[in-house]
Design a protein around this ligand. Structure first.
Ligand SMILES: [Zn+2]
Ligand SMILES: [Zn+2]
Length: 378
């Protein structure tokens, strides 16, 4: 291990307590997408106390922030996600994402001058729906950034992110209510529209490639059994291997929803809930560097089997990776078969194993950035 790596590691070690305290404070006050007021403030606060120049309300988003230290020409950015899941708190470990990125940034920033880099942290809200990073991208938040990275908690370590591209749609049918026994012929049944759409989607699956997922829920199916449902609503996701396949599949799924409207005489509205999340473009040599660094810390990567499936989860980091060279490795909490988005997963995002994951993740990320800068790969 070279001298610079040793110093980075001991710098992460020296702020270990502060990082754990940050992770725990986020954990104990879970805030959901776009409402991460305290969380953003906490994460930015630690960076500010460690000498970073912080811009709150970054690019006009109240729960986004930007922090920077150094003035080198090459700009390396760490992403800090901090939104929680409705009802189940930090069951995706975003508290650890923030702490790892903050730890990596603070440790790396000690050498920003000698490396000729600027170290930045982007507070990125609303990853669990909302597409915070996509909104930030559109507002120029990552313009000129040379590299973007983060590590995401998972049951086990998996280096490569292979997320589905995904679109999120709100579906609404409007028909006409009528007494279901006395005047049924006067009604247009908005619940039946969903039934037809779901049957059509079910049949469509025969012709869909294995790389596609279509899934959704009916959130409002009618008011009373003796009234023909006038309005129904649902939320549907379409996932595919890339944006082109996503667009193609969305068109087919749209026709299924239209079939429901056509057959029942209802009106159909489809509204996107956020911009679509993209597939991921990995910076290969940076990923290799990250893998070597993680292995050097004693971590082991899983390359097959159900444990590694978290690498398929969609992320708005995909959109960033299409524009800025990036990596998004998964770092394990050694908890399989407990999985992300389960209540039990939250229990693993705090405590001894989580703390080791936190410091390993911060160190591996900082080492990777260090390597990129030393080898002039950014
Ligand atoms: Zn998640
Ligand atoms: Zn997540």
């Amino acid at each position: 291990m070279n001298e610079a790596k040793k110093r980075v590691q001991s710098d992460v070690e020296s702020i270990r307590g502060e990082l754990i305290a940050l992770s725990e404070s986020l954990y104990r006050n879970p805030e959901t997408a776009w409402k991460e007021i305290e969380s953003a403030r906490n994460v930015a606060g630690v960076l500010h106390r460690n000498g970073f120049e912080v811009t709150e309300n970054f690019v006009g988003l109240p729960t986004a922030f930007h922090a920077r230290l150094g003035s080198g020409a090459k700009r390396i950015g760490f992403m800090a996600e901090y939104d929680a899941l409705p009802g189940i708190g930090h069951a995706c470990g975003h508290n650890l994402i923030s702490a790892m990125s903050v730890g990596a940034a603070i440790a790396l920033a000690q050498r920003a001058h000698e490396l000729g880099i600027t170290v930045e942290v982007f507070g990125t809200p609303a990853e669990e729906g909302g597409g915070g990073k996509i909104e930030m991208l559109d507002r120029g938040a990552f313009d000129g950034l040379d590299f973007a990275m983060m590590a995401h908690p998972a049951p086990v370590d998996v280096a490569r992110a292979v997320p589905f591209a995904v679109s999120h749609s709100a579906i609404r049918y409007t028909g006409k209510a009528a007494h279901a026994a006395a005047y049924p012929t006067h009604g247009r049944n908005a619940a039946d529209a969903f039934t037809i759409a779901q049957v059509a989607i079910g049949l469509l699956r025969q012709q869909l490639p294995a790389s596609v997922r279509v899934h959704g829920i009916v959130t409002s199916g009618g008011e009373a059994p003796n009234a023909i449902p006038q309005t129904t609503a649902g939320r549907w996701y379409v996932r595919a291997k890339d944006m082109a396949e996503l667009a193609e599949t969305e068109e087919k799924v749209r026709r299924c929803f239209e079939a429901g409207a056509l057959a029942t005489g209802c009106e159909l509205e489809i509204e996107p809930e956020s911009q679509p999340y993209s597939d991921f473009r990995t910076h290969e040599s940076a990923l290799k560097l990250y893998e070597q660094n993680a292995v050097e810390l004693g971590r082991e990567f899983v390359t097959e089997g159900p444990e590694m499936q978290m690498c398929r989860a969609s992320t708005d980091m995909g959109n960033v990776s299409q524009v800025v060279p990036a990596i998004h490795p998964y770092i394990g909490l050694d908890c399989f078969p407990v999985l992300n988005h389960q209540r039990e997963f939250a229990d693993h995002c705090i405590g001894e194993v989580a703390e080791r994951t936190l410091t390993d993740g911060a160190t591996a990320l900082a080492w990777t950035a260090l390597g990129l800068a030393q080898e002039s790969m950014v």
